[in-house]
Each structure stands twice: as C-alpha cells, then as structure tokens.
Design a protein around this ligand. Structure first.
Ligand code: PAD
Ligand code: ZN
Ligand code: ZN
Length: 375
C-alpha cells in the first residue's frame, strides 16, 4: 500500500544541461487534488527529450526528469479526480486537454490554453514539484516526466486506455507516432494523389510518411542526411528518398526540379530553422502547404521573402499532430489494436530503464528510430 505515502524509486535525473542521465533514488510525493500518480511501465526516447538535454527549450529548468512518451498504470489518485482509479492503464499527455478553455472547445485546434507550450516551467499547476532528490527540488518536463518509475501528472495531462491494451509499443502513441501521423492527416489534410516531402526520417518523420501514405498520396519523398534511414522509410511508404549531401545545389531546388515546380505538402520533422526555410521553398506556389513539426531552438527565428506567401503558399505547424489528446489517444490505441496502422516497425531497440544513456547514444548516432525502455 503506497497510496498517500512518499515513494522512493529510481529515476533518470538530468542535473545540468548537456549532462548524461544519472540514475538516482528520488522521492515522489503523493498526488494532490486533481493529480494522479502513475507507475511507469515503458517509456520511449523522443528527439524532443534529446533537444531538452541540450537546453533547446525556452525557460527549461534543471535539475529535471525528462521523458514524455510513456505508458503506465495509475498507482493512486488525488482528491477530486473523477476519470481515473488505481490500476487503470494510462498514457501521459505532454499536450493536455482541459476541456474547458476556448481552444479545447474549438474544433480548429488541439492546443489547450493551459499547455503553456512556449514556456514550460516544469512545475505542477500549484507551482510546486512532486519530485525531490538529495534534498533538491527536481523539475518536471512537459507536464509528464516519464524517465522515472513513478511520476505525478495533472489529470488533464493523462488519458485512460483500454484495459486489454498490450503495452509493449503503445508509448509511441503518446508522442512520436501520433505527432507525425496526425501532421499528415490533421494539419496538412493530405489528399489522395498528392505529392509530399518529409524532411527528417526519425520516429516523427517516418510516422508522417505513414500518414501521407494512409491519406493516399501518390508521391512521398523522404529527405535525410543519414541514408541509413531510407530502407525503413521506403518500407513505410516513401516512394523515393533523397540525401541533400548528394547534391551541389540546395535541396529545395532539387525538389522543385524533380516535382515540376514543387510539392503539395512538405513536413519539417527535424527542428532546424534552415531546413524549415528549405521546406517552405520546396512547396508549390498557389497551393503548397508546409507543416512545421520539428521544434526549433529557443530564440531562433526564420526570415523569408514575402512573395513566397503572396503567391499562395501556406505555412502552418502542429503539436501532437493536431489530435485533441484526451479524445483521440484512446481511439488511436483502438486503431492500433485493430491493426489499422503498424507502429511496431518504428521500434528498433529495447533496453532496461537503467541503460537510458545507451538509448540516447543510439539516437544521437542515427542508429535507432525509437528505443523503448522498460522499468
Ligand atoms: P530524430 O532525431 O529521431 O530524427 C531527426 C532526423 O532528422 C534524423 O533522421 C536526422 O538524420 C535528420 N536530420 C538532421 N538534420 C538534417 C538535415 N539538415 N537535413 C535532413 N535531415 C536531417 O528525432 P524525432 O523524429 O524523434 O523528432 C524530430 C523533431 O520533431 C524534433 O525536433 C522533435 O523535437 C520534434 C517533435 N515535435 C513534436 C510536436 O508535437 N511538434 C513532437 C515530437 C517531436
Ligand atoms: Zn516527443
Ligand atoms: Zn483547454
């Protein structure tokens, strides 16, 4: 019986920017009102966690417990919690859904006003933390923090899934898969017969390729500087792959030439401002749409010739693939169980939780798509 008590457990703490993960014993306080405490079962490693290690997010505070793509089981609930009970299988939501704010009530967006995406502060809604280690307060990451055996999450930032769900790979629905897949289906609304290019063939970009294919695109061009990603990209639906390093001219020029003037839809799944501009310039005038999915570094900006938009191109972006998370995640889990899409191919490595640094090493060296850590 752990409910109501402080739990001591293992967590991967990031003490400072650029430092390896340190497996520590942390204290996890019981959930307060409208919070739930979750025993993590699996967590994936996403490109955003890596960006966070390098301090790419604005106003992020250390020491911190990173991780946001996970799945677990409710251990206990705080006062006033209605939608969860101990034993429920849950997926944490780095993009919450309060259901009450103007954005939650508007079908045009999935970005809940409580999300504060631009300024993650790393604390619970009451301004305090549930994690301590060696007497120090530890911050959370994107409302979730999954690199720990137990975490405490606001009830608006988690969702219950079917009790019969196999948990092995389902953590990917908490971020990478849904983000990429939804960017094609919801943000771009790719239409049958269209041409698409996906910049960056990591977990997110490959899921975007899957989304373009599911939407019936007839041409899907994968773009990556690591040709080791091309095999899987083609297996998942890319009709061709291009390495910008193989050309003397800029990649946007190559793409425009090869597509008779540019693409219908372009996805930036890298998080680099230069490739964002290249993506915009690869889209066709009059109707080309670019979707920014990658997260750029804090304080970076892009500039462009206004003629690009005057001549009818569209630039947009999406968080979590545009899915309203509480509504959509259980449906995505259901569709996965019904084999309507196959995200298992995105999982290239499995490791015990304590080998987290090895998992990040695979990501940084371009060897993995998704590593799943088990607790
Ligand atoms: P990843 O590191 O697995 O994939 C990035 C890919 O980009 C790799 O295959 C690289 O080789 C490739 N790449 C790097 N530089 C270039 C370049 N100049 N030209 C072409 N290819 C290049 O990361 P990921 O797929 O997990 O995440 C990708 C981005 O998406 C990252 O910025 C992450 O922060 C962001 C993200 N956004 C959301 C969202 O809700 N918008 C969610 C999850 C991840
Ligand atoms: Zn992520
Ligand atoms: Zn809301």
């Amino acid at each position: 019986e752990t409910a109501g008590t402080v739990i001591k457990c293992r967590a991967a703490v990031t003490w400072c920017v650029n430092e390896p993960f340190s497996i520590e014993v942390v204290e996890v306080a019981p959930p307060k009102a409208h919070e739930i405490r979750i025993k993590m079962v699996y967590t994936g490693i996403c490109g955003s966690d890596d960006n966070a290690v390098y301090g790419k997010f604005k106003d992020m505070q250390f020491p911190i417990i990173l991780g946001h793509e996970g799945v677990g089981i409710v251990e206990s609930i705080g006062g006033g919690v209605k939608g969860f009970k101990p034993g429920d299988k849950v997926i944490p939501l780095f993009a919450p859904q309060c259901g009450q704010c103007r954005c939650c009530k508007d079908p045009r967006t999935n970005i809940c006003t409580t999300a504060r995406m631009e300024r993650p502060k790393g604390l619970m809604a009451d301004g305090t933390s549930r994690f301590t280690c060696k007497g120090k307060k530890i911050y959370n990451f994107l409302n979730t923090s999954t690199f720990t055996e137990y975490t405490v999450i606001d009830e608006i930032a988690a969702v219950k899934i079917d009790e019969n769900t196999a948990l092995d790979n389902i953590s990917l629905i908490g971020c990478g898969f849904s983000t990429g897949y939804g960017s094609a289906l919801n943000a771009a609304k790719v239409h049958p017969g269209s041409s698409c290019a996906v910049f960056g063939l990591g977990g997110v970009g490959l899921a975007a390729v899957m989304g373009c294919k599911a939407a019936g695109a007839s041409r899907i061009i994968g773009v990556d500087i690591n040709k080791g990603k091309f095999g899987l990209a083609k297996e998942l639906g890319a009709t061709e792959c291009i390495n910008p390093k193989d050309y003397d001219k800029p990649i946007q020029q190559v793409l425009v030439e090869q597509t008779g003037g540019g693409l219908d839809y372009v996805f930036e799944c890298i998080g680099d401002t230069e490739t964002m501009v290249a993506a915009i310039n690869s889209s066709h005038h009059g109707f080309g749409t670019t979707v920014i999915v990658g997260v750029s570094a804090a304080n970076k900006t892009i500039t462009f010739d206004p003629m690009i938009f005057l001549t009818g191109r569209t630039l947009t972006g999406s968080v979590f693939g545009g899915w309203k998370p509480k509504d959509s995640v259980p449906k995505l889990v259901h569709d996965y169980m019904e084999k309507k899409f196959d995200l298992d191919k995105l999982v290239t490595h499995r490791l015990p939780f304590e080998k987290i640094n090895e998992g990040f090493d695979y990501l940084r060296k371009g060897k993995s798509i998704r590593t799943i850590l088990r607790f």
